[in-house]
Design a protein around this ligand. Sequence first.
Ligand code: NAD
Ligand code: UGA
Length: 459
Amino acid sequence: MAPPLPRRICCIGAGYVGGPTMAVIADRCPDIAVTVVDLNAERIAAWNDPDLGRLPVYEPGLDAVVGRCRGRNLVFSTAVEDAIAAADMVFLSVNTPTKTRGLGAGQASDLKWVEASARTVAKAASGHTIVVEKSTLPVRTAEAVKAILGSGVAGKTFSVLSNPEFLAEGTAIRDLEDPDRVLIGGDDPDAIDVLAAIYAHWVPQDRILRTNLWSSELSKLTANAFLAQRISSINGIAAFCEVTGADVQEVARAIGADSRIGSKFLKAGPGFGGSCFQKDILNLVYLCRHYGLEEVAAYWEQVVALNTWQQHRIARLVVTRLFGTVTGKRLAILGFAFKADTNDTRESPAIRICRDLLEEGALLQIVDPKVREQQIQRDLGQPAGQGEGSWQLAPSVEQAAQGADALVLVTEWEQFGAIDWSAVVAVMRQPAWLFDARGSADEAAARAAGLSVWRVGQG
Ligand code: NAD
Ligand code: UGA
């Protein structure tokens, strides 16, 4: 007999994961009522904005999915407890950033939002509720979630599952609609069947993997650690290429052709950004140390150390090539998001690079198609301004380039691949430079227009 489908599901956390994930579930399962709740009223209001261009998360294709289901079987609300009480299944999709104080500060995950939402579920749930960990969590967190839920009022029962999310920003809708795999960890086979039945609406059975709780929690941290490790590996090799005359793009192509290595995640760049790679590796490092595995901790810690070094290295070499000083010089920063096709700037390499250049006294003219001025202000810790060590937002590459000595390409937005280099060079101060930290610009065209070009990993 097919497992019963939940009639109502609730997701706590309307962020980059909760919003898109639930929108796709609602889209693919018109028979399930989905409510996404958040304490952040401003965020919920943005999810409810009649103008789909103003959703709080920018993801290609998200507006269409939300447009199809919102008001049908997809609701965004701040009524957290009501939505939990009505739900048969509750997803926890709250933030789990690195702790900034106390035990494990700088490495361990801060679980206060997970704990708070589990406590709210314990209080507000009714009957039997399947609680699904969607947030990325330290291995064995389900134990704590179970303990919190177990302390609830008699008559309520819970099953806890781990169902980590593997979507990448910028391709979230594609990743959700056609995932490589869906992972469900748990020790209650009935609950696992219910969650698997939701995904079975659109995901082939052989891509729905079932494991125990701890394997599922740890697989998420491990997947991110392996992906990030590839980026640090290729960035290390990029620096080596630059001093030896090799070209990292050729090396990546050559090694990627080996089917055991594979060609993905071998793009050298300004270092990885995003809310998760660094925090998840640091969490892994913390847990390894906690269990006395010092060598394992030190190994993974180096992935983050190399990433930080790469970001500072880019800023340093800009200064060095511009005759050792950028004080009072205009620099156009192309891109501020941590990757293309997202408005997310969390841990963006642009932040460290810009901060280093501001420290050197540069005047930054930043252009990004999706990131807003207030966000850049928060990230750089200073408002837009004028004079040495200041930044301004520019509406176009041409305007960012006005009077600039260099363009620094930090985010690989598609439009930066189609720049009219002659028009840009014409408004820059000579000698004009392009620092392509992504290796994504049309280098030949830029050189032909008169720019000196530095590209990551090119010897
Ligand atoms: P986010 O910060 O964008 O969203 C989290 C939301 O949870 C916030 O809007 C916050 O207000 C809300 N929240 C926190 N506590 C709450 C509570 N008690 N009640 C109601 N709402 C509450 O975070 P995100 O990027 O969506 O990430 C969520 C989780 O998913 C994290 O654990 C992250 O590691 C993981 N993850 C993220 C990505 C990604 O691409 N961003 C991908 C896979 C996994
Ligand atoms: C990453 C993982 O890819 C997702 O599977 C995971 O779910 C998610 O983290 C998470 O747990 O948050 P995301 O950070 O959104 O997704 O984006 P990625 O495409 O992985 O890129 C991360 C960073 O690495 C970006 O700054 C990107 O520019 C950089 N990158 C990526 C490279 O420098 N080179 C590459 O070859 C690939």
